[in-house]
Design a protein around this ligand. Structure first.
Ligand SMILES: [Zn+2]
Length: 354
């Protein structure tokens, strides 16, 4: 096969494909008008593409049969009912969890608000996981008869209980990494905001405490977001305060702006948070040389359709839907198709070199 100029080693391929993955997942199809700047800020922290850094660190941190804690879920319009939550987040969590499971035999434990445990279980099941307790899922990972299991646990909204739960999870489970996908992050006053600048603290699980506790213990932490108000954006807090809408002045009484303060080891920004997770999953597939580690467009359809059964709403359109951020299911399938093609190209090129 013809080798493109400048591609001579595996690391050239990884870098070139990752640049393209970073580009794809940050194309501003939802027209949020913050994607490009968020990415510029995140990329300014590292010379290399963010999906490459993140995939490498996840693979390096997770040993087989170790747990990856993946927090997600955004209660949306909770003043009407706290069981209303959006489709951006859970599909990304499920597919990244499956990629890490296939690549590394990692056991995902999904963390979400208590009222969303059952809906999240539908989505994780659609990705192929049998939902069990963490202990049972760990037993499945070393079972001789194949059983692909994950766990879905409630994570507290109350700050004190969230601190206790963080300690308990890290004390009792073999946790190799913690990932937060589309999860509201606290500003310097401990207030969590919507991207529209409103206070949504009382409805959001306090995952900041888990990230901080994991960091204290040297456990890898990853933040994935698309609006600038999510956990992980603390990495670029200084930059965000200069330009993010409601960055300095929010619309609630706290008066401290929406910019989160908790830092993760790595930050992935994307046009849709799910896409950030897909980008990392695609890069994991390329690094491991296995196409099956990244999900297919057909699997994407199944996962997104499970959001309808789960009752999640598209946060953009307000409809119960498999779409996310006002983009139809077909658009997300197309993105997964394009990412999959980059993975296939990269795997083919690697064969040419070796
Ligand atoms: Zn505020």
């Amino acid at each position: 096969m013809f080798l493109p100029k400048g591609i001579e080693t595996d690391s050239d391929i990884f870098r070139e494909i990752a640049e393209n993955i970073d580009r794809l997942i940050t194309v501003d199809l939802p027209f949020r008008a913050v994607s490009a700047k968020l990415y510029q800020n995140a990329r300014s922290k590292s010379e290399r593409p963010v999906t490459l850094n993140t995939a490498e660190r996840l693979l390096g941190s997770l040993s087989p049969a170790q747990i990856v804690l993946i927090a997600t879920g955004w209660p949306d319009r909770p003043h009407i009912n706290p069981e209303i939550a959006e489709t951006d987040g859970p599909p990304g969590a499920a597919s990244l969890g499956m990629s890490l499971h296939r690549a590394q035999n990692a056991v995902p434990v999904f963390l979400i608000e208590s009222q969303l445990v059952e809906p999240m279980s539908f989505v994780a099941s659609a990705a192929g996981f049998k939902i069990l307790s963490p202990e049972e899922a760990l037993a499945a990972a070393s079972s001789r008869a194949p059983l692909h299991a994950a766990s879905v646990l409630a994570f507290p909204i109350d700050p004190l209980n969230a601190k206790k739960a963080s300690k308990h999870l890290l004390d009792t489970l073999p946790v190799g990494a913690v990932v937060s996908i589309e999860k509201g992050g606290m500003n310097k006053k401990g207030i969590i905001h919507t991207s529209r600048g409103d206070d949504t603290t009382e409805h959001m699980a306090k995952v900041d405490f888990l990230i901080r506790k994991a960091s204290e213990r040297g456990v890898l932490t990853i933040g994935i977001g698309d609006g600038g108000n999510e956990i992980g954006m603390g990495v670029i807090a200084e930059e965000l305060r200069t330009w993010l809408p409601y960055g300095i002045k929010c619309r609630c009484d706290c008066g401290a702006g929406i910019v989160p303060v908790t830092k993760t080891d790595l930050l992935v920004t994307a046009a849709v948070s799910n896409w950030g997770a897909y980008g990392v999953a695609a890069m994991i597939a390329l690094l491991t040389g296995r196409q099956d580690v990244f999900h297919s467009p057909e699997m994407e359809r199944r996962i997104l359709e499970s959001c309808i059964r789960a009752g999640f709403i598209d946060g953009g359109s307000g409809y119960v839907s498999g779409g996310a951020d006002a983009l139809d299911i077909s658009i997300h399938m197309s993105l997964v198709n394009l990412l999959g093609e980059l993975v296939n190209k990269g795997i083919d090129l690697r064969k040419t070199i070796t």
